[in-house]
Design a protein around this ligand. Structure first.
Ligand SMILES: CC(C)(COP(=O)(O)OP(=O)(O)OC[C@H]1O[C@@H](n2cnc3c(N)ncnc32)[C@H](O)[C@@H]1OP(=O)(O)O)[C@@H](O)C(=O)NCCC(=O)NCCS
Length: 188
């Protein structure tokens, strides 16, 4: 049986997790792979300036390259995900292929959860495609449990202004956020 997760494994090189800056926006496109999200990222950035979201990046301290990202949303039209008071939604988690399996994804989730704690929120939620069993396993190891299902239907305007529709049946997962102090006691 696996032990309950406490501290994520440490990556080999120094990884710095910090809020996204405006000049990072194009780097989130990862050499074109995510260019279709350009408008979405810009809007999320504008909402971050309004205090509605947080976008964080993981940076390789040696090269300065952005190697991962995670976003946090405080309110949502679907209160299962976020209600602006007690529940916040963690999404857009991604780590570059060459940097995966070194604990960066876990670190990004912890940074996102720390932000929700600072906001006084008690629960973190994540939506994960039912087909993405690898990510789901990581969330379960951190302590997330399936709360329900979501049709995963949403749409966005791509970089050319064309409407793109996503249809990705998902699990809604949640994690009760214990305080830092009790986490320290449990984790040693
Ligand atoms: C999902 C994703 C963000 C995980 O990022 P990651 O940096 O690889 O995550 P971690 O390294 O923290 O954890 C991944 C696994 O590697 C293991 N691991 C972590 N550090 C390790 C190390 N130093 N050595 C060996 N294994 C390690 C973890 O235990 C974990 O195993 P588990 O899945 O059995 O729990 C990444 O795979 C990704 O970007 N995938 C594509 C996009 C995606 O699916 N995003 C999620 C959308 S919901």
């Amino acid at each position: 049986m696996r032990e309950a997760p406490t501290t994520p494994p440490q990556p080999q090189g120094e990884i710095v997790i910090r809020p996204l800056r405006e000049e990072d926006l194009l780097d989130l496109e990862w050499d074109g792979e995510y260019v279709h999200f350009r408008n979405l990222y810009r809007r999320a950035y504008e909402e971050m300036l309004q205090g509605l979201r947080l976008m964080m990046v993981a940076v390789d301290g040696t090269t300065g390259e952005i190697v991962g990202q995670v976003f946090v949303q405080y309110s949502s039209g679907d209160p299962r995900f976020a209600d602006g008071r007690t529940r916040g939604y963690i999404y857009a988690l991604r780590v570059k292929a060459g940097y995966q399996n070194r604990g960066i994804g876990h670190q990004l989730i912890q940074a996102a959860e720390d932000n929700l704690r600072q906001k006084g929120m008690r629960t973190a939620t994540i939506g994960v495609a039912k087909s993405n069993t690898g990510a789901q396993r990581l969330y379960e190891h951190i302590g997330y449990r399936v709360l329900g299902e979501d049709a995963g239907r949403w749409s966005y305007l791509d970089e050319r202004g064309h409407l793109q529709e996503v249809n990705e049946p998902s699990w809604v997962m949640e994690h009760l956020l214990e305080s830092k102090a009790s986490r320290g006691r449990a984790g040693g």
